[in-house]
Design a protein around this ligand. Structure first.
Ligand code: AMP
Length: 509
């Protein structure tokens, strides 16, 4: 049997699948692409990946391509050849790319020419097959393997409470369940047209937007990167039906709306009113942002809760009352329970969110211990706390202070600390998330320096950007004599957060 995502696409042959607007990408990637184009090009890519083999048999294929048609065709090509897609992040420096490539054990790297230098060097040093998207594709399409939906499809890297990011493995069946759950709940149809402005190495962009759109036979209009002005211009065109983003993006869109002239504001608001649904997720949506957006757009944002490991779990309703500060009820196919150290908690009592069902991932890549630790009696333990009030879930926060959510990205304080400790002038450090209306949380680092060394935020940032994704790099630092510690000598992170809150010495970025 062929993958249902692919067979469904055949029903929409002549319909537009992907549109990359002019002026949003370089000339080679913009354009309009039908489902037929997507099927044909992904077939060519699959043929190329296979060389003369009949099936990639879950070989990992890492790919680094800016959001657009080539990205999607490559992802589908990997799936159709029987491989596991490992999307890389366009803003990652070499060490992070190399970590994902080696940890996933990728045997093939596919790269857009913009990333040729870095990726070719990695491919060479690990003896991997290297393919550029600019290379000519085969003119015929080989017999492609039958890929069962129980096979592994995707590895997404996500930060946890321990050191380095872990590879979250989902099967085609998991992705299908994640997609059909949302398609049902939010009533996607082939008449939908969504603007895609999110990164394509994260579940939000890959599953909730791109794959839901393609499953439904809808149009996905992709911007290669977020730009508030470009987004508003597209909204003003008045032809979009759906928009989904993280709270930070809504904050930036609000700022751009506030800076616009009043005539322009009217057409921005009118464009929003033409849409049928606007969604926020991946981080807590501050109620002020929700309210401000409602006055601007007429939309009461639908807030949902999810995670790389489980897809989306909780959502406010498409029809019916949405409550500010709440994330609604379990989505179709998803079972949710709240548990504390004594077991299931009654309504009104906080507990850890645990999730079960076909949307839940298969395993952490080659990490059976971490996989086993993440489940309790078959339920996935999210590490997030919530409470049910009047039948609706309210997220209370994460159980670990070492997980920071910044701009919708989940980052590990421990991973950042490990890198900062390798700086020659840093003796000790503690990284914390400090609440911020625009970013959700900012990554802040308290530093104890070696001897009489000095260090500016600017020089630390430019050094750290060579090692870490830009969203993990601290935006505020505080130089301290010593870190606050408890009687056991352990750094007390809440006290570090307080230092930042009360500090006049911190340097805003
Ligand atoms: P990720 O796996 O990167 O999508 O991050 C998942 C984490 O984001 C969850 O475990 C939560 O901590 C957080 N998260 C996602 N959606 C929400 C939401 N609506 N409100 C609060 N936190 C959220």
């Amino acid at each position: 049997m062929n993958l249902p995502l692919i067979t469904r696409a055949q029903e929409h042959n002549e319909k537009i699948a992907i549109l990359v607007p002019r002026g949003c990408a370089n000339a080679t990637t913009q354009g309009v692409f039908t489902y037929r184009d997507l099927l044909y090009t992904s077939g060519q890519i699959a043929t190329n990946l296979l060389e003369n083999a009949d099936d990639l048999h879950e070989e990992r294929v890492a790919f680094l391509i800016p959001p657009g048609f080539e990205y999607v065709a490559t992802q589908w090509g990997i799936w159709r050849a029987g491989g596991i897609a490992v999307p890389l992040c366009v803003s990652h420096p070499r060490p992070e790319l190399e970590y994902v490539i080696t940890n996933s054990g990728a045997s093939i790297i596919v790269a857009h020419p913009d990333f040729e230098d870095t990726l070719q060097a990695i491919a060479k040093s690990h003896n991997l097959r290297f393919i550029l998207t600019s290379q000519t594709l085969p003119s015929h399409i080989a017999n492609l393997p039958e890929v069962d939906i129980t096979r592994r499809a995707l590895i997404l890297y996500t930060s946890g409470t321990t050191g380095k990011p872990k590879g979250v493995v989902t099967t085609h069946e998991n992705i299908q369940a994640q997609v059909t759950s949302l398609v049902t709940a939010w009533e996607w149809t082939s008449s939908d047209r969504i603007l895609h402005v999110l990164p394509l190495h994260h579940i939000h962009g890959i599953v909730n937007i791109l794959t839901c759109a393609l499953w439904a036979g809808a149009e996905c209009h992709i911007l290669s990167k977020f730009d508030a002005e470009v987004v508003w211009n597209r909204i003003c065109d008045g032809d979009l039906t759906l928009f989904m983003a993280v709270p930070t993006i809504y904050v930036k869109l609000i700022a751009a709306w506030e800076n616009a002239k009043s005539q322009q504001q009217k057409s921005m608001s009118a464009g929003c009113e033409k849409m049928r649904l606007m969604v926020s997720g991946s981080a807590a949506l501050p109620v002020q942002v929700l309210q401000k957006w409602q006055t601007i757009s007429g939309h009461f944002l639908l807030e949902r809760y999810g995670m790389t490991e489980i897809g989306m779990a909780l959502s406010n309703p498409l029809h019916g009352d949405r409550l500010p500060g709440y994330v609604g009820k379990p989505l179709p196919q998803v079972e949710v329970r709240l548990v504390d150290e004594n077991g299931l908690v009654p309504p009104g009592t906080p507990g850890e969110i645990q999730v079960k069902g076909p949307t839940v991932f298969l395993e952490y890549w080659q990490n059976p211990q971490a996989t086993a630790k993440a489940f309790q009696d078959g339920w996935f333990c999210t590490g997030d706390q919530a409470v049910v009030e009047n039948g609706n879930y309210r997220i209370l926060g994460r159980m670990s202070v070492d997980i920071i959510k910044t701009g919708g990205y989940k980052v590990s304080a421990l991973e950042i600390e490990e890198v900062l400790r390798t700086h020659p002038d840093i003796q000790e450090c503690a990284v914390v998330g400090v609440a911020d209306i625009e970013w959700g949380e900012r990554v802040c680092a308290a530093l104890v320096l070696q001897g009489s060394q000095t260090l500016t935020l600017e020089s630390l940032r430019s050094w750290a950007k060579e090692q870490l994704a830009v969203y993990k790099v601290p935006t505020q630092i505080l130089i301290v004599e010593e870190l606050p510690r408890n009687a056991m000598g352990k750094v007390t992170k809440p006290a570090v957060v307080e230092l930042f809150r009360s500090s006049l010495l911190s340097t805003p970025s």
